[in-house]
Design a protein around this ligand. Structure first.
Ligand code: PGA
Length: 244
């Protein structure tokens, strides 16, 4: 099974999300080979749930809060995203870590609550350019995995990991397939300290229809998390074609 996960970030408003979702529905795909999940803006989740009902398109949230429910103005907790039909939730996306200063402590809590709510968290990890230049890639990834997972009973739980180097996201400078292959192999070994399950590992960071096959054809890569290139029908369909 391969995964094509589309992170629409804040690129599309409610109407634009519905239009694109409608276009996707005219393009059914073979769900026995690939799982396609859409992570739209939170304002469009509930509508897309209705639109995708009965189709093979799955729904995910871009974020969930580190609190379950209550007096947290502006927040959307894991139970709330589960309640509008999400299967997946991104946890620890680089834009939250770096633009909003989201701390590993919160990411750990989000993992715990998302699992408790019955969601499949997609834990995003990735080193910065400075980490990479200082030879600290593995150090950073190990720490992010450990801070997020240690102390949570995840042995029987489904979760996923997305390796997204910070410098590769939205930059057009994707990580080379051979580096991705090495890093994914290394992450897989690290994960064996937490679970015996086979955890799907996605690559993300400037993936487009041209380079996608060079990642998804690698045995250590279970799929891709795509931002910019998933936000128009034309480029989305090229991604789906390249996935075949
Ligand atoms: P990008 O974003 O494909 O636009 O680089 C990927 C992501 O942030 O998940």
């Amino acid at each position: 099974m391969k995964y094509l996960f589309a992170n629409w970030k804040m690129y599309l408003d409610f109407d634009e999300s519905c239009v694109l979702a409608h276009q996707l529905l005219s393009h059914p795909y073979d769900a026995s080979q690939v799982k396609v999940a859409i992570f739209p803006s939170a304002v469009a989740l509930s509508e897309l749930e209705k639109m995708f009902a009965g189709s093979s398109y799955l729904l995910g949230a871009q974020h969930c809060d580190a609190h379950p429910k209550g007096a947290y103005t502006g927040a959307i907790g894991p139970e709330l995203v589960k309640n509008v039909g999400c299967i997946y939730v991104l946890v620890g996306h680089s834009e939250y870590r770096h633009l909003y200063g989201e701390h590993d402590r919160e990411i750990h809590k989000q993992m715990e609550l998302a699992l408790g709510a019955g969601l499949i968290p997609v834990l995003c990890v990735g080193e910065s350019k400075e980490d990479m230049e200082a030879g600290k890639r593995q150090y950073r990834l190990k720490k992010q995995l450990m801070d997020a997972l240690q102390g949570i009973d995840i042995k029987d739980k489904d979760f996923m990991v997305a390796y997204e180097p910070v410098w590769a996201i939205g930059s057009g400078d994707a990580c080379t397939p051979s580096d991705v292959e090495d890093v994914h192999g290394w992450i897989r070994k690290e994960l064996s300290a937490y679970t015996n399950r086979s955890i799907p590992i996605l690559y993300g960071g400037s993936v487009d229809a041209k380079n996608m096959l060079s990642y998804v054809s690698l045995p250590t890569v279970d799929g891709v998390l795509v931002g910019g290139a998933s936000t128009t029908a034309e480029s989305f369909f090229s991604l789906m074609e390249a996935m075949k």
